[in-house]
Structures are given as C-alpha cells and as structure tokens.
Design a protein around this ligand. Structure first.
Ligand code: IMP
Ligand code: MG
Length: 180
C-alpha cells in the first residue's frame, strides 16, 4: 500500500457484482435471442467482470480482448488512447459487445466505438461494470451498466492504481491520508 493512501469503505461487494452479472447476462441473452455475439473485453481492468458476465450469457458467445492505454501512472486521464493489442479476428457481421470496467471521461470508449464501427460489425453495444457520469467529457451511450457510482477513485475487482489492487474481490476506493 502506498503510504499516502488508504482504502475507503467497501462500496460494492462481490455478491452484488455477481447478481448484476446475472441480470445483465439475462438481458443480453434476451436482446440477442437466436443470434451470436462477440464479447470484447478491454484489458486489463475488465477481466474479472467479463468472466462473470459471459458465464451468465446463454446465446452463442465468442470472446476476444483488446488492450488500450489512456492513462499513465496517475489517476488523471491524458486523453490519449493508444491501441496496445487489437482483436485477433475480423468483426464484420458480428454482434459486438465491448465489455469495460469503468467509464469515466468516456474518451476511451468514444474512441474504441468509432474504431470498431469502422470495421462494420452487425451491431455494437457497450457494457460497463461501473459508470462515473459526473466525469463525462465525451458523449457516449452505454447499453448495459452494472453500477452508477459517485466521483471517487475506485480500485478492486480488476481496477487498479499503479497496476495494484486488481485482485481485491470487491470495489473500494482510495482515500488520501491527510498528514498534519
Ligand atoms: P475514460 O477514458 O476516462 O472513460 O477512462 C476509462 C479507463 O480509465 C478505465 O478503463 C480505467 O482503466 C481507467 N479508470 C477510470 N476511472 C478509474 C478509477 O476510478 N479507478 C481505476 N481506473 C480508472
Ligand atoms: Mg481500463
């Protein structure tokens, strides 16, 4: 643990997340009845949420991953989106669902959506575990949202601070320790 930070309260438990995965998985299965989908997880943060979600989807599902970087070793967005790992296969004529850990400024997903739409998928939807709408800078329509949260810096359940705390099995926040 970095010395000037501490964990805040537990904001969302593992049980709450699993319950939302079940609900959203059922919604997606219903929306895509008789169709095939490709779930695209955004590395690394979405890995835990993606694994919960896809196990609740009952229609034929393929998975793939992309890695993008819009943040350095800080809690502020640089606004620059870089593709570090692209999809392994084409998406033309596939129902694509981008699976993200959190939407903050919306800059990452705004960029990704346009990037993937350029490859002419049959449809493109966005599913996020967390949404911090107060921080939105780019206009983005989210189709499936796990939880809407207040403007705090979140860690756990895939989300990191300086690449740490992704393995915490619940959502908590980082709070600055005030030194006197
Ligand atoms: P956006 O482009 O500002 O929407 O940023 C999205 C990405 O920033 C997410 O996929 C996360 O990797 C990261 N991010 C945004 N807010 C947080 C947070 O509170 N904790 C950890 N990572 C965050
Ligand atoms: Mg991310």
């Amino acid at each position: 643990m970095e010395e000037n930070y501490t964990f805040g309260e537990v904001m969302i438990t593992e049980e709450q997340i699993k319950k939302r995965a079940k609900e959203i998985g059922a919604e997606i299965s219903n929306d895509f009845k008789g169709e095939k989908i490709l779930a695209v997880g955004i590395l690394k943060g979405a890995v835990l949420w993606m694994s919960d979600l896809i196990r609740e989807i009952t229609v034929d599902t393929q998975i793939d991953f992309m890695a993008v970087s819009s943040y350095g070793a800080s809690t502020k967005s640089s606004g620059v989106v870089q593709i570090i790992k692209d999809l392994d296969t084409g998406i033309e004529d596939l129902n694509v669902i981008i699976v993200e850990d959190i939407i903050d400024s919306g800059i990452t997903l705004h960029y990704l959506r346009d990037y993937l739409l350029g490859r002419k998928p049959k449809s493109l939807k966005i599913c996020t575990l967390l949404d911090k709408p107060d921080r939105r800078e780019a206009d983005i329509k989210v189709d499936y949202t796990g939880f809407v949260i207040e403007n705090k810096f979140i860690v756990g359940y895939g989300l990191d601070y300086n690449q740490l705390y992704r393995n915490i099995p619940y959502i908590t926040c980082l709070e600055e320790v005030k030194t006197v």
